[in-house]
Design a protein around this ligand. Structure first.
Ligand code: NAD
Length: 483
């Protein structure tokens, strides 16, 4: 990784109408680990949103204003700059966010790839001719459709992947020829502003993009409800997603929401491999991951072996400062978040669950926790915990495990461990989720796959090529000939 000065602050607290600007009020950014001040950005207002959206709309009106080859060149250059400045981004993600440096490094690598993949999607922006000759109503017509930008994309992102989830919205929107107004999570705006700086340096026209830090209920809601915003691409929790849907009304929305990821371990599985993957998937980023492993169902004859291995491996995890390269588990987003996780675990234990390890809290830190015998209906099973807690239950018949998994209100991803192809496919087909990983946990994705789920987990699919599809629309030109 190339060295780059890690002392960075944005030229101003926000960016719109082609310039860095400060809104009238400021928003402090704190390190969740110790509460120290990391920086200050703007706390933008609905009036700032108005100005930003109007300016970006103007910039997108000329259909020849920013040709595809220039978009592709700029995004490829942005990917290179991001890789060059990896050290800066690792620093920002691991200061304002929750990720230990090792995980932040991984996020920067993925974001670089997300931007590069977006540049490559220039090839996808093609149309086709239309079969007018196939109907009497098509007589004397020729025509085609092209893939056109949707217009202005309003992008709203959460705190847990402050760079890659911003890249997943902004880069596909830009290669598609759109303008984009981004509202990053209030906890992690510095990473988004540093990414903006990279985009501008790479040649993204300054009037095509705006970044407005601020609150969900003010900036987010104003962006979603703005009549000039053609599409909202939202990633966040289910409750916020519901509010966005209400405000958006009939507008096009792409929603990536929460999960409570399931893993099923069959009796023939490689249990040590499953245990290692479960510990990694449950506790990375302190469980603050929509794909986090939250519920494990294991065949009864392998249950004790799996539980012992998971507990052993959990014991070895280093909980500590994000800046220490040995750290596996850092803090939750704030103390209130850690208290919520603690109260859900306490509630399950009071209802009869067995606490195998963890359950301890210190400020915003919550220790990796493994539960078993959790009574049905406990929030650690039914809701998205978004913390380092996993529950393991045994089953006699795999159909019971599948039924339990499907009973969830969420349907993002799942994993199944087995060597038996028929069993793997049967379980995969029966699970009502967006993706099933065989011999991996639910916590696996590549950035180019269609990503998303059903039920409370979202509406539509992100993942670079699919986001580009969602952010562009076919436009038909039909010619009525006189011959
Ligand atoms: P959150 O819902 O609290 O906030 C997400 C974003 O929405 C923030 O920028 C916030 O300011 C904004 N927001 C909140 N209320 C809004 C409103 N009424 N109108 C417009 N914007 C509003 O989520 P969070 O705590 O930052 O992130 C955690 C959640 O995100 C979890 O549920 C997690 O599963 C989900 N998530 C999903 C994915 C995915 O791809 N499916 C990825 C990462 C995180």
């Amino acid at each position: 990784m190339n060295e780059h000065p890690t002392a960075w602050e944005p030229p101003a607290g926000a960016f719109w109408n082609g310039a860095w600007r400060n809104a009238s009020t400021a928003l402090a950014v704190h390190d969740p680990e110790n509460g120290t001040l990391v920086g200050q950005v703007s706390d933008c207002s609905p009036a700032d949103v108005d100005a930003a959206v109007e300016a970006v709309t103007l910039a997108t009106l000329d259909p020849d204003g920013w040709p595809l080859w220039q978009r592709r060149t700029a995004l490829n250059q942005a990917a290179r700059l991001l890789a060059d400045r990896a050290a800066l981004f690792v620093h920002l993600i691991s200061r304002e966010g929750c990720k230990p440096v090792r995980d932040a490094e991984q996020e920067v690598r993925r974001a670089t790839e997300t931007v590069r993949l977006s540049a490559e999607q220039g090839d996808r922006l093609e149309g086709r001719t239309l079969p007018f000759g196939n109907t009497p109503r098509g007589a004397n017509r020729i025509g085609w459709y092209t893939r056109e930008p949707i217009g202005v994309v309003g992008a709203i992102t959460p705190f847990n992947d402050p760079l890659n989830l911003v890249a997943h919205k902004v880069a596909p929107a830009l290669i598609g020829g759109n303008g984009v107004v981004l509202k990053p999570a209030e906890q992690t705006p510095l990473t988004a502003l540093a990414f903006l700086e990279v985009l501008l340096e790479a040649g993204i026209p300054a009037d095509r993009i705006a970044v407005l830090p601020g609150r969900g209920a003010t900036v987010g809601a104003a962006l979603v409800g703005h009549t000039l915003v053609d599409m909202v691409s939202f990633t966040g929790g289910w409750a916020s997603g519901n509010a966005v849907a209400r405000t958006a009304g009939a507008k096009k929305t792409l929603m990536e929401l929460g999960g409570n990821g399931t893993v099923i371990v069959l009796s023939d599985a490689d249990v040590p491999r499953a245990a290692a993957a479960i510990v990694d998937g449950a506790f990375a980023n302190a469980g603050q991951n929509c794909l986090s492993v939250q519920r494990v169902f294991v065949a009864r004859n392998r249950a004790q072996e799996l539980v012992d291995l998971v507990v052993d491996r959990t014991e070895d995890l280093v909980v500590g400062s994000k800046t220490d390269p040995r750290t596996d588990v850092g803090p939750l987003v704030d103390e209130a978040g850690a208290e919520r996780v603690e109260s859900w675990v306490d509630e399950a234990v009071e209802a009869g669950a067995t606490l195998l390890i963890g359950g301890k809290r210190d400020g915003a830190f919550f220790w990796p926790t493994v539960l078993t015998d959790v009574p049905a209906g406990s929030r650690v099973l039914t809701d998205e915990i978004f913390g380092p807690v996993v529950s393991i239950e045994s089953f006699e018949d795999v159909n019971t495990a599948v039924r339990e998994a499907n009973r969830s209100d969420y349907g993002l991803q799942a994993g199944v461990f087995t060597h038996d192809l028929d069993s793997a496919l049967a379980v995969a087909r029966a699970l009502r989720v967006g993706a099933v990983m065989v011999n991996d946990t639910c916590d696996y994705r590549i950035d180019a796959m269609p990503f998303g789920g059903g039920k409370r987990s979202g509406v539509g699919r992100e993942g670079v090529p699919y986001a580009v599809d969602a952010m562009t629309e076919p436009k038909i030109i039909a010619i009525h000939t006189s011959a």
